[in-house]
Design a protein around this ligand. Sequence first.
Ligand code: GDP
Ligand code: MG
Length: 455
Amino acid sequence: NLTQRLSRVVKTMRGQARLTEANTQDMLREVRMALLEADVALPVVRDFVARVRERALGQDVVGSLNPGQALVGVVHKELTALMGGDQSAEAGELSLAAQPPAVILMAGLQGAGKTTTTGKLAKWLSEGGHVQHGRKTGKKKVLVVSADVYRPAAIEQLRTVAAQVHVDFLPSDTTQKPEDIARAALDHAKRHHYEVLIVDTAGRLGVDEAMMREIRALYDLLDPVETLFVVDAMQGQDAVNVAKAFADALPLTGVVLTKLDGDARGGAALSVRHVTGKPLKFVGISEKLDGLEPFHPERMAQRVLGMGDIVSLVEQAQKNVDIAEAQKLAAKLKSGNRFDLNDFREQLQQVKKMGDMGSLLEKLPAQFAQAANQLQGGQAEKQLRRTEGILNSMTPAERAKPELLKASRKRRIAAGSGVPVQEVNRLLAQFEQMQGMMKQMKKGGMAKMMRAMGG
Ligand code: GDP
Ligand code: MG
């Protein structure tokens, strides 16, 4: 799944300085595979990957995260947007604020789940389950009617469903024209003060013009506040064409994705959202009539891509570096070696690689963080480079034994790294302070130190 694919890439990209065409390409290949495996339609995948590439290459990775993490961040953001994460307020909300009756028109292919969803929505609304702008809208007086005149069983099915959810059903029959049924239902609903009228319609096995003309005529006549496109999550790749045909023929207001209780990977959700640009409002999670839920973009993203929590993946990647370092340091201290400037330099390199100073400082042991904090002073990155320059100008022997650093050597190092001698002195003072802390920690025992390091 996507999480596994991305964590692999994050690992291989660790240590690379920036997002390039080449390493971005590797990562995007994994993203593309994961999406296709989840049954997202190819044109949608192409669009998505192109958008991620554009964002990623425009990103300044240096000074933020390592490239793998940065790219995961971009993928995560784009996925959430594609799922409609920005529109989560509309999940499960219907606009019923019309002159009653508020008409809901159900559209979709045969077998998509229109009749079942009509029953589910009728139950949801009549029992007062509906929430809008954070408030329950109360129990609604609901009428349902079937305009599916091609299959007598379809009308009977709605009658049964309506009885099960204790909602009024207006009989219709196969000799009537769909438009006449709609007109009669509207009239009946007005006269009997129904607040909501749900109109179930016929569907074909594939998209055809006659069906589109028919539902368009119903739309014009009913002037619905909600026109819901019902689509089977199992549809996979096909969903995109069907969704496009319906979106072109009708001003849809939302999508209901059914049969998510099956083993559909649900890539249809991404495709449909992308093609229609309409919010997914509900999902069907059972053939039973209480099997309806408001759509949650995050949950859906998780399901479709098995993506776990990508944000925590980014955090995990950072923590792993920390833990590995802490363990190395602990092992070194345990073996009786003292913390020297070589260790300090390594720590700094780690800091630089990870980039994000703020969050790193939080993860370091408190004492170390304090010392590192003194390096920050607003210009963390620059200061970091200077410090590194000083350390690089020392010989390994000098770093291992800082006592060697007498005045002449300090002058050489200062000249070599292009800083005043005072800065070399400042660094050494800081280091001494840190070394003292390390000794302290060692005395406190390994367990305590590992705790302090978050290990
Ligand atoms: P329509 O032709 O669009 O009206 O589709 P139906 O409402 O008749 O549903 C077709 C089949 O899908 C029926 O067997 C339903 O029980 C089943 N169905 C509909 N929604 C769901 C769902 O969310 N989960 C499951 N498991 N089955 C569903
Ligand atoms: Mg039906």
